[in-house]
Design a protein around this ligand. Structure first.
Ligand code: FES
Ligand code: FE2
Length: 427
């Protein structure tokens, strides 16, 4: 697809439906967006011990995130150096070596060839030490406070430059951990959604929708998200329009890299429990008592790191967005635990995410239904354009390189589309 064709798909306030429907656009996205940017692959706590691994994909290419015996985190293409088979078929686990199921070639956890059966059948013209016979490393890997990203591109701006203003979202979460680190342990909620990947990334910082998409979970008094002790809930009663101003006031910031954050959320009441007092005491030991309130005040609720991962700070989880086809996307939701916090808080987080993000839950299932309805509706020839005009022209630069607007604005999506077009049309 040439630049002229691509430029025709994005205007300031709209994106052409072809961007969500056309397999040729999707192929170009895999090469130029997912194939060029830093893509989140996992958290280093998921591969805590040597030999730990998990499998995922970057731009449809299967990869393995693993911990090598020297302690380093590696990201390898999940492809056998012999005849190309996927080597690691499990979602996660621990292995001293990876063994291909086809002819038994084995690999060290840095991807180098460890051995092959009947190696004396290869003559002198075959160099078994050739790195190309190994599981090759993905060109770039970098970590920010435990969050591991990889890039298929040989060079790019540093991960920190790429993250820019959304580093603060990670910093704030890590500060809330009494031991100064977050971790992912156990499993995830996993969906395969029959919809384009962009619908999920647009939804993260869309505060226009909760009152309507999630209407069925509202309490009689119009408050939502009140399922935990001490949580005051958010007023989202919709049809009179007035309560939506709550979400407008939370605000939204978008960045040129395509990232966006929604927040701050007003500080909800804190649970008056023994567990929470223990948590505060642990934070006071780390940060000093005078700083605990500041540490517990989050300036962000939803963070979308374009194009592959979202972090929700209040209902603490990491959400990965993995495109499979133009109309098929895998989404995984991993609870994010605060190391050093009482174990009861971890259990409560899991219970809460079971309510809101499991495949048979209240909240995320509403969104997923909407993504699939968008995919269906856009097939009509009625209208070529998907609209994102809300708040257009009202965004204002902030002091940290972002643009700020009201919480129900569609400025996060507009930033995504600009970043998307820039990647798609770059040389
Ligand atoms: S394809 Fe892997 S050992 Fe043959
Ligand atoms: Fe939602």
């Amino acid at each position: 697809m040439d630049g002229r064709e691509l430029n025709a798909l994005v205007q300031d306030d709209r994106m052409h439906r072809r961007a969500f429907l056309d397999p040729a656009v999707f192929d170009a996205e895999m090469e130029r967006v997912f194939g060029r940017l830093w893509i989140y692959v996992g958290h280093d706590s998921q591969v805590a011990r040597p030999g730990d691994f998990l499998t995922t994909a970057i731009a449809r290419q299967p990869v393995v995130l693993c911990r090598h015996r020297d302690g380093s985190v590696r990201v390898l293409f999940n492809r056998c150096g012999h005849r190309g088979a996927l080597v690691v078929a499990e979602e996660s686990g621990n292995a001293e070596r990876f063994r291909c199921g086809y002819h038994g070639w084995t690999y060290h956890t840095d991807g180098t060839l460890a051995g092959l059966p009947l190696s004396d059948g290869y003559g002198p013209q075959v160099d078994l030490a050739d790195p190309a016979l190994g599981m090759l490393p993905v060109p770039q890997v970098a970590t920010y406070k435990g969050f591991v990203f990889a890039s298929l591109a040989p060079t790019s701006p540093s991960l920190e430059d790429f993250l820019g203003g959304v580093k603060t979202s990670i910093d704030e979460i890590v500060d809330r951990a009494p031991d100064g680190a977050v971790e992912i342990k156990g499993g995830c909620h996993r969906y395969v959604v029959h919809a384009n990947w962009k619908f999920q990334i647009e939804n993260l910082c869309d505060m226009y929708h909760p009152a309507f998409s999630h209407e069925s979970t509202l309490r009689a008094d119009g408050r939502q998200f009140e399922r935990r002790e001490g949580d005051a809930g958010a007023p989202v009663r919709g049809n009179d329009g007035r309560s939506l101003s709550f979400w407008d006031q939370t605000g939204m910031t978008a960045y040129t890299q395509g990232h966006s954050v929604q927040g701050p959320m007003p500080r909800a009441g804190e649970p008056d429990t023994e567990v929470y007092r223990r948590y505060r005491a642990a934070l006071a030991r780390r940060h000093g008592a005078a700083n605990v309130d500041r540490v517990l005040t989050l300036t962000r609720h939803n963070t979308m790191i374009f194009p592959s991962v979202a972090i929700q700070s209040l209902n603490l989880h990491v959400r990965t967005i993995t495109p499979v086809a133009v109309d098929k996307t895998e989404i995984r939701v991993y609870p994010l635990h605060l190391r050093g916090a009482p174990a009861e808080m971890s259990r409560e987080l899991i219970r809460y995410l079971n309510l809101t993000h499991a495949a048979a839950s209240f909240i995320q299932t509403d969104d997923v239904e909407m993504f699939e309805r968008q995919q269906q509706g856009l097939r009509t020839q009625a209208n070529d354009w998907v609209r994102y005009a809300r708040g257009l022209g009202q965004e204002r630069p902030d002091n940290e390189g972002g643009y700020r607007g009201a919480g129900t604005n569609e400025l996060g999506m507009r930033a995504q589309h600009r970043a998307w077009l820039e990647c798609m049309t770059a040389a």
